[in-house]
Design a protein around this ligand. Structure first.
Ligand code: HEC
Length: 253
């Protein structure tokens, strides 16, 4: 309905502007694709099974396994000790540490694994922490909550600033699109920002309750969908649609 007062449309932009928008959209589209592949590769296998699952999100994406943010056991199992146990055992140890290293599971479930996979080095090499000893293991599973909040704050603001820039320009270019009602356009433009906030909020909420990991998946899916629609329809309206109107005009003559 507001189409008449839209001075510029993607179809009638000058060639240099179209080129600028196209280059940007292509690079951003590729970037989003790579981000998806990267998440699959680095986090998809965290639970030892291919494909991204809620366990993967909980135990790799938002568990904060770096530096002082996590327990010693956590960061070592994501670092130098990663290959010392099969993925299932590794996940079992991580879950146990995450649950607060309950003593009730130590004798029956955890210690046998530690004895089998870790003790060959840790109980025998002088100077290494003997983690088959529960008291020593307790030192390794202690969390530093304050630090992990500091890390989340840092990652959150970088993510919010950085990703907003991507969506801002994708959305801006899309404001020149035609054939969508202003409301549909507005919803598509707002969706990535909305889901970005949901995504970041879910990192914090996942700390409280791992069920919120679903929000991470929904958030990621939501903004991928909205930006895919905007990127493809913008490219289509800049390059393909003008060909049709051009052809139609020729035929009329
Ligand atoms: C091949 C020998 C070897 C095996 C097997 C091994 N580790 Fe280690 N571990 C080391 C060495 C060497 C270090 C010290 C260097 C480092 O921190 O990377 C270490 C350090 C650690 C630390 C840090 C200790 C500290 O005091 O800072 C933790 C925690 C740990 N390992 C956990 C494990 C767990 C859990 C397993 C079993 C899944 C395991 N390790 C299996 C050799 C081993």
């Amino acid at each position: 309905m507001d189409q008449e007062i839209q001075r510029f449309t993607l179809g009638n932009l000058t060639l240099p502007v179209k080129t600028l928008f196209t280059g940007y959209l292509m690079a951003i589209g590729l970037g989003l694709l790579m981000a998806g592949v990267q998440i699959m590769l680095t986090h998809g296998m965290a639970d030892g099974k291919p494909g991204l699952s809620v366990d993967d999100i909980v135990y790799s994406y938002h568990g904060n396994h770096e530096g002082a943010a996590s327990s010693k056991l956590d960061s070592k199992l994501y670092g130098s000790m990663k290959d010392n146990a099969p993925p299932e055992v590794r996940l079992q140890l991580l879950k146990w540490a995450d649950a607060g290293a309950p003593a009730s599971e130590w004798e029956g479930k955890i210690k046998p694994q530690v004895d089998q996979y870790c003790a060959p080095c840790h109980a025998n090499m002088p100077g290494l922490a003997n983690i088959s000893d529960k008291a020593v293991m307790d030192q390794m599973t202690k969390h530093d909550e304050g630090a992990s909040i500091a890390t989340l704050t840092r990652v959150s603001h970088i993510h919010l600033f950085g990703i907003s820039f991507i969506f801002f320009f994708v959305g801006w270019i899309f404001t020149y699109a035609t054939g969508f009602t202003p409301l549909t356009k507005a919803i598509l433009i707002f969706t990535p920002f909305g889901f970005l906030i949901v995504d970041v909020a879910s990192w914090w909420l996942t700390k409280l309750n791992s069920n919120f990991a679903w929000l991470v998946i929904i958030g990621g899916f939501g903004y991928s969908m909205a930006s895919t629609i905007m990127i493809f329809s913008s490219l289509y309206q800049m390059w393909i649609e003008p060909l049709y109107t051009f052809k139609a005009r020729l035929l009329k003559k």
